[in-house]
Design a binder for this molecule. Sequence first.
Ligand code: ARG
Ligand code: ZN
Length: 479
Amino acid sequence: LTKGPRARRIAPAALAALTLTALTACTGGGVDGTPGAAGVRDPFFPKLGNGGYDVTHYGLTLGYDPENRHLTGTADITARATKKLSAFNLDLKGLEVKEVTVEGKEARFNRAGDELTVRPRDDLDRGETFRATVRYSGTPQTVTDADGAKEGWLKGEEGALAVGEPAGSMAWFPSNNHPSDKAAYDIKITVPKGLKAISNGELTHETTTNGRTTFAWHNAEPMATYLATVAIGKYDTKKSMTAKSDSGIPVFTAIDRTLPDGKYKKTEKVLSKIPEIMDWAELNFGTYPFSSTGAIVDDRVNLGYALETQTKPVFPSSEVNTSTLVHELAHQWFGNSVTPKTWQDMWLNEGLASYAEWLWEEDNGEDSAQDIFDALYEQGDDEDLWAFPPARQPDAASISDDPVYDRGAMVIHKIRETVGDDTFYDIIQGWTKTYRHANANTKDFTTYVEKHAGDDEAREELKKVWADWLYGDGKPDNP
Ligand code: ARG
Ligand code: ZN
């Protein structure tokens, strides 16, 4: 226990009581709080996330003016302290912090790199639920990833698009920016009248006053920061249901109105498959974990990839095709509901979402999963596919590389081959059910699969699959 400056202000009588408390219970009110850690030691992004608290809800109130790219924000963060805290950090990149309050009282704060350190007037007790409010503004930044991809806040014609895998959400709101801390969200955005602001979850409110329109989006289910999105611009929006009966899921789509005719029509056609894909996915992966689904298609920001932003994946029109739609919708189960504990577990997201594409093809009379596996196995020893094992990426720049996607899917196929179709689908559905809205790592996955593999022979086989396909260097000797 570190003695902070606060101890010196404690009266002798209180100090005696403190010693007693400290002797009996280390978590008692009398012991001094210590600062929370500035990162959660992710193997690839050690400074992302923060220790000492767990966020339960983000209430974001944002205003954006596309003309001068100015964002004003208030982040109301409800969190629970996991230890007695004298200070805690939030992750925030750029922007100017105007004021921070904790439990309604003004708090001291300072900035260093992407860390915002908050010092509440009073220590926060272990287990205490507290509310921190950060008022900020400025021009949000675009972030370039180690692999060259752009994320964070992307500026577009009369608007913007925010995407955050793995780190970019801190370019537009302060957070505990790591997938291990998921929370519910309410995101309210005000934009000039004539523009729309789309975000995750369901639209609960829309009002226009004084030439500005406010859109309020609600997310009751937990979401990782990297899956939060905001899309501001001119969109054609459409609301429907996956099924005509009460059992349907609301589908909300937004298509960039500036798309040229051909791309627009193709986009509409592909997105019309959402209900069919959702029904198929529920049958194969289990009950859909969120309250709505949909998609956002936007070509104004040169996003070179699609992203599985929660409930509404985003796509540039170049990525709008059935396979990628299946992939991003499958991520809602694999990644968004069952979320990796660290960025090293990324293959659990991408391997399973890629395997969903294979299953879709197989179930729709195209190549079988075995055909796809065999074609990949044909690739020569020097190809990127064998550059590293899916669960042991060498660095942050490789978390979105081929081995994570394709070789990750090959691991899933090997499991299916080992246990047979019936057990395989039981495992997939049991996995999404057991870890629904939670976090899991590679070990959790292999343990779960082994436990439900059926017999010892299958378990022995699986151990070889892990050794050769999941953790082993180079191209495995046998397909
Ligand atoms: N997770 C996204 C998908 O598979 C792709 C993200 C690409 N990001 C990157 N930095 N390369 O749908
Ligand atoms: Zn993916």
